[in-house]
Design a protein around this ligand. Structure first.
Ligand code: FAD
Length: 381
């Protein structure tokens, strides 16, 4: 089998590179150093994503009826690689176009589709993901945030934690328990909750990986209209599983890691260090991990293109991406030394990102368990 990019794909890459040169401000490194959730990047996200939308690129992989242009998933993959390689100028909006929008397309009412999909495809709305709780992370089905029916509304009480980007978010994709009698997977619902409702309190958790990465969200007697519920009541787990299969390979962090290895190699060559066979081997190893992650991500995109159901391949791709991130993060520290500790430097931002790679969107251990069960057919316990 031969894999190659079409002429149109190549041209798209070139157009994208030219667009980025013009659209990113001169101080982009400064703006982006705190990560996609920082105040500076959240503000820039709407301006930048609006420009992508004007060109028809932001949601090009979506159906035309929802503001897309029916482009193949490959076009979106090319766009995502370019975005992650330069520090994700879409900010949190990568989540909107990767999985929040598709979940609304699949399960939303006509009113929800018309309200949310049009805003997402225009690039002027920020979302956050309210899944984890103090006692529900990997074991997400243990969540206890309660939504009690009150006429046309729900009264929501509970707490979320580790919520990224929510300080500046307009909406939260919130998981709540609507039936406390049902345990585990049953009795969970999804609310598309406006973040400006009374009773929603956001507190930032200081984190070494950057500003605005983590928050606690306290929900006290929040009145959420039932019209904000996505899909049927108590069927939220199916919706979440649908959304998560898009999330797992939605962030091609290997693109950033590969670029960092190239910079490391240039730097090592300039400093006369490439004569060291040990260093050469480490550079080669790190680059190979990035390429393995890239090809494994492509495999999942290919399956999606062919309409195949989600499989353990997305967990495998995720593990490969984490391995690449960790190897490159450590190598950056080794080659750049103390320079890598300067806040906002390429080495530092790569190292900070690599620290969380095996935790966000499902930990390495949980992904390995899923591979053991789904790919190797091993028993659960
Ligand atoms: C950068 C970053 C961004 C995040 N953003 C968000 C967000 O926007 N919204 C949100 O809701 N959450 C977010 N999270 C939270 C993330 O989803 C959770 O941290 C993750 O699911 C793990 O849950 P936990 O922290 O409760 O750890 P736990 O689930 O308590 O796990 C602790 C340890 O036990 C291991 N473990 C747990 N279960 C098993 C098992 N069955 N077998 C083997 N080992 C196991 C884990 O691998 C881990 O090492 C984010 C996390 C990070 C790092």
């Amino acid at each position: 089998m031969e894999f190659g990019w079409s002429e149109g794909d190549r041209k798209f890459r070139q157009d994208l590179a030219k667009f980025l040169e013009e659209a990113l401000p001169e101080d982009w490194e400064e703006v982006s150093k705190d990560g996609p959730g920082s105040d500076a990047q959240a503000a820039f996200s709407k301006e930048f994503s609006g420009k992508l939308a004007e060109r028809g690129w932001l949601t090009q992989h979506w159906p035309s009826e929802y503001g897309g242009s029916d482009a193949p998933p490959w076009r979106h993959a090319i766009l995502s690689e370019a975005m992650w390689a330069c520090g994700e100028p879409r900010g949190p909006q990568y989540m909107n176009v990767n999985w929040i929008g598709p979940a609304i397309m699949e399960y939303g009412s006509e009113a929800q589709k018309s309200e949310h999909l049009s805003r997402i495809s225009r690039g002027d709305v920020l979302w956050c993901q309210g899944f984890s709780e103090p006692n529900a992370g990997s074991d997400l089905v243990s969540l206890t945030t309660r939504a009690e029916p009150r006429g046309d509304d729900y009264l929501v009480n509970g707490q979320k934690i580790w919520t990224s980007y929510c300080q500046n978010a307009d909406f939260c994709f919130l998981l709540v328990r609507t039936n406390p009698q049902e345990r585990r997977h049953r009795g969970i619902s999804v609310l598309l909750m406006p973040m400006d409702l009374a009773g929603v309190e956001v507190r930032e958790i200081d984190a070494v990986i950057g500003d605005r990465y983590f928050h606690e969200v306290f929900l006290t007697d929040v009145v959420v209209p039932k019209s904000c519920r996505l899909g049927p009541e108590n069927e939220g787990w199916a919706i979440t599983s649908y959304a998560l299969q898009f999330e797992r390979v939605g962030a091609p962090r290997y693109a950033r890691a590969a670029l960092t290895v190239d910079l490391l190699a240039e730097n090592a060559a300039a400093g006369g260090r490439l004569a060291d066979p040990n260093l050469q081997e480490k550079l080669g190893h790190a680059r190979a991990l990035c390429e393995a992650a890239r090809v494994l991500h492509y495999r999942v995109i290919d399956q999606r293109t062919h309409g195949l159901p989600p499989s353990a391949d997305s967990n495998v791709a995720r593990i490969a991406g984490t391995m690449a991130d960790l190897a490159v993060g450590e190598l950056a520290l080794e080659i750049w030394g103390s320079e890598s500790l300067v806040y906002g430097s390429v080495g530092d931002s790569n190292f900070r990102a690599s620290m969380s790679a095996g935790i966000a969107t499902g930990t390495t251990e949980v992904n390995l368990n899923l591979i053991a069960q789904r790919l190797l057919g091993l028993p659960r316990e």
